[in-house]
Design a protein around this ligand. Sequence first.
Ligand SMILES: NC(=O)c1ccc[n+]([C@@H]2O[C@H](COP(=O)([O-])OP(=O)(O)OC[C@H]3O[C@@H](n4cnc5c(N)ncnc54)[C@H](OP(=O)(O)O)[C@@H]3O)[C@@H](O)[C@H]2O)c1
Length: 312
Amino acid sequence: MRAATIREGEILIEEHPDPVAGSEEVVVQVHAAALNGADMMQRRGLYPAPAGSPQDIPGMEFAGEVIALGAGALRFGVGDRVMGIVGGGAQAELVVAHERVLMAVPEGLDWQAAGGLPEVFTTAHDALFTQAELRPGERLLVHGGAGGVGTAAIQLARAAGASVTASVRNEALREQVGALGASVIAPEGFAEHGPFDVILELVGAPNMAENLQALDTGGRIAVIGVGGGAKSEINLLALMGKRARIHGSTLRARPLEEKALVARRVEREVLPLFEAGELRVPVAETFPLDQAAAAYARFAAGGKLGKIVIVL
Ligand SMILES: NC(=O)c1ccc[n+]([C@@H]2O[C@H](COP(=O)([O-])OP(=O)(O)OC[C@H]3O[C@@H](n4cnc5c(N)ncnc54)[C@H](OP(=O)(O)O)[C@@H]3O)[C@@H](O)[C@H]2O)c1
C-alpha cells in the first residue's frame, strides 16, 4: 500500500507492506484521513506514536470501508463504513484498527467529513462533558475556536444547552465561527467577557493567568492544547478562592479499554446529533494522498476553519 511517510522531517509517499488484522482487529480501506496538531509534532520528531502503531506513517483519524476481519472481530462486516482513532498509520491506503475503537459512519455523512470527525469530536466531548462536567445553562469559553477541536466543542456545547463564547485570532473567520453557535471575541482582553463556568484551553500557557481571572466560582479549566506554550505562572490563591479546577488530558496514550469507552460515549451522545443534522464537520480543504506534503504545509500555515483532510 501507499502511505504518507515521515522521512527526516519531510512527508513523502512511499510503498509499505499491507497491514494484516490481528485478533479483534479489522483492515480498513481508508477514504479520508484528517490532519491534527499531533501529526505536525510527530513529523518534527517530537511526538512519537505509541508502541504498536506504525512509527513512520502519521495519521490518527480516518474513515473508510472494512475490507478484512481478524480472528474474533464481530462488531463490523466487510463493506461497512467505519471511522475511528488510531495511535498512528491512518494517512495510508489501508489501516488496521481494533474493532472496539471503531464507530459506524452516520447515515448521510460524506467521507471527508467522517475522516475529520473522530479525533476532534471525541476530544471535545471528553474534555467538555466527562472532564469539565459542562451542564446546560453554563457559560463556556473556547480558546482557539476556529480549529478542529474548537469548532467541534462550540457545536457540542450549544447542542447541550450551554452558552458559548469563542476566542478566534483570525478576524476573517469570526463570522463563520459565530455561525456555529458562539459569540466570537478576539483573544486580547477575553476576561472582560466572563465570568465563565468552563474554559476549554486549546492554545495553552499564554491564556492561563487570565483564564483564572475569567473563571466564576466553582469553574473548571480543561487544558487540551498547548501549541501557544506549555509553561505559565498562575495564582494558586485565586484557584483556591474560586474553588476552581484545572484538568489536563490526552487521548492518544490511553489504554484500549478507555479508548473503547470514549468511543461508545461518542456513539451514544454525539453521532445521533450528526444523524439529526445538528452537527457538522467544517472541512477547510482536502488534498489527495499524493499531495500529503501540501496538506501538512496548509495545516501548519493556520488561519483555517476546521479540518484539513487527505482524501483517497
Ligand atoms: N489533548 C488531546 O487529547 C488533544 C487532542 C486533539 C488536539 N489537541 C491539541 O489541541 C489543540 C487544538 O487542536 P485542533 O485540532 O483544534 O488544532 P487546529 O485545528 O490547528 O486549531 C488550533 C486553533 O488555535 C488557534 N491558535 C493557535 N495558537 C494560537 C495563539 N497563540 N493565539 C490564538 N489562537 C491560536 C489557531 O489559530 P490560527 O489558525 O490562526 O493559527 C487555530 O484556530 C492543538 O494544540 C492540538 O495539538 C489535543
